[in-house]
Design a protein around this ligand. Structure first.
Ligand code: SF4
Length: 179
């Protein structure tokens, strides 16, 4: 039997919606697991990444841990994919880029509506926030970009099956229009 393709996935500054959309391929996941084996991913709950053929990254880069995870994925994945708007261009988390980080923290933890115990968390275990949220291609080289918030399950399916078959990826129009 041919060796299976090893796939890892991670969510950086995202909402897990892209992972949910991936799982929305529903029963097609049974066909997928004939071809691939999952490495580190929230789906398997494996915490460390091994050598992989394909890495899918959801979310942008908002803190020091995101940078570390992303670099680790780049080191271990032959092909790295930006999955969804947050990974492609920063998405919703990057809306904070219009403001100073200090102002965001004060609004969230000190002066915002409904704050009863004001104080900006600074536990050393909490990853340090970056001043701005970055799309992942600003930190490492990315091989493919799959836009959408989230990309539909069908678009993810087309992308994966054509990539795994070694074909040029050709989306039907219905999977790549956003109006
Ligand atoms: S692209 Fe949309 S669905 Fe995906 S992580 Fe970002 S906000 Fe969530």
């Amino acid at each position: 039997m041919a060796e299976k393709i090893r796939v890892a996935t991670a969510s950086l500054a995202g909402c897990f919606g892209c992972h949910m959309s991936f799982l929305d391929i529903d029963e097609r996941i049974l066909d997928l697991v004939e071809l691939v084996e999952f490495d580190r991913t929230p789906i398997t709950d494996i915490k460390t990444i091994g050598e992989c053929d394909l890495g899918l990254i959801e979310g942008g880069v908002a803190n020091a841990e995101n940078v570390e995870v992303l670099r680790e994925f780049r080191r271990h994945c032959k092909i790295l994919v930006a999955l969804g708007a947050c990974a492609v261009n920063g998405g919703i988390p990057a809306m904070r880029n219009a403001f100073e980080l200090k102002d965001c923290l004060e609004e969230s933890y000190v002066g915002g509506v409904g704050i009863y115990n004001p104080g900006i968390p600074n536990d050393p275990e909490i990853p340090l926030l970056l001043n701005k949220v970055h799309p992942i291609h600003e930190v490492v080289k990315i091989d493919y970009f799959l836009p959408g918030c989230p990309p539909s399950a069908d678009a993810i399916w087309t992308f994966l099956t054509e990539l795994l078959a070694g074909k040029p990826i050709d989306f039907p129009y219905t999977q790549i229009h956003y109006d």
